[in-house]
Ligand binder design. Sequence first.
Ligand SMILES: C[S@@+](CC[C@H](N)C(=O)[O-])C[C@H]1O[C@@H](n2cnc3c(N)ncnc32)[C@H](O)[C@@H]1O
Length: 315
Amino acid sequence: MQPMPSSSLTLQPRRDLVRPWDTSDAHQRRRQAASRHREMAMSDPYATIADADASMQQRLSDVLELRASDAQQQAMLRAYLSEIELPHGARALEIGCGTGAISRTLVESLKFEVTGVDLSPVFVARAQELGKHLPGLTFLQGDGRSLTLNDASFDLVVFHTTLCHIPDPVAALREAHRVLRPDGWLAIFDGDYPTTTVAVSDFDPLQTLVSAMVANFVHNPWLTRHLSRTLVSVGFQVRRLRSHGYTQTVEPTYMLTLVDRGADVLSGSGSLTPDAADALRKEARRRAQAGEFFGHISFVSVIARKSKPISGGGS
Ligand SMILES: C[S@@+](CC[C@H](N)C(=O)[O-])C[C@H]1O[C@@H](n2cnc3c(N)ncnc32)[C@H](O)[C@@H]1O
């Protein structure tokens, strides 16, 4: 057999798709749309929230409060918090507290002393306003990857749907480890976002919207799949990892925010015309009205402990 010419073994760029010589308006528009779409990928606004414009921060803070008022979300929160054994008055830190809904629950239901930290001054201001009636609740603006809090000063650190939004989650976990007392508790709850679906059949166009939403609003959708190993490498002992199914059919208020954000992403990048994006938003609402909507995300919770120092050494 003759050896193949080396050029046929090399992957060639798809020149038929790039077509630099094609200067027609339609082709240029497609290229610009593709390039805008690439730029938007990995642009999770939560990861750089302090730079997001005020209307985006306001919109996201409304979504956080909407989600926190959802009975299924509250049940998942109660389920994983029930695995933590700490007395009233324990000191808890929530990293990435947003508008403070989870921190408020830690104070109201578990009677902990809670500090919430978030990158966004807009979220922190709203958290302070919504939590001002609760003694034992403090909110600070700060970066979870470089906290200005003392070593070994908390009994519990919580990341609730936050770690997947932080570029360099290991830095945030190291900070959590540092501020926890020996044997302190760590609770992480996050979406297993590759499972996000609103499809009710093959090639359902609504699925494209939620996939675009996940790609553009979640910095690391695969975080949960690597979490156990990452935690061990930082010095935690994993006690329990489990999944929680979240499904909305009637009144899918939260899943519709995913559909809408995906429609905005795709019309903003030029992948969909505004009319097409609008038609898909309407289709989602039609399904909800007709009892045909199905939306699902699997969430994952992990409860871990900071390993105790070994005979006088650091942990
Ligand atoms: C999806 S929200 C979750 C908010 C809150 N835990 C809840 O469940 O309602 C993610 C939060 O992480 C915050 N965040 C992102 N990167 C951060 C960082 N490096 N340090 C602190 N907070 C951060 C965002 O500002 C946002 O409030």
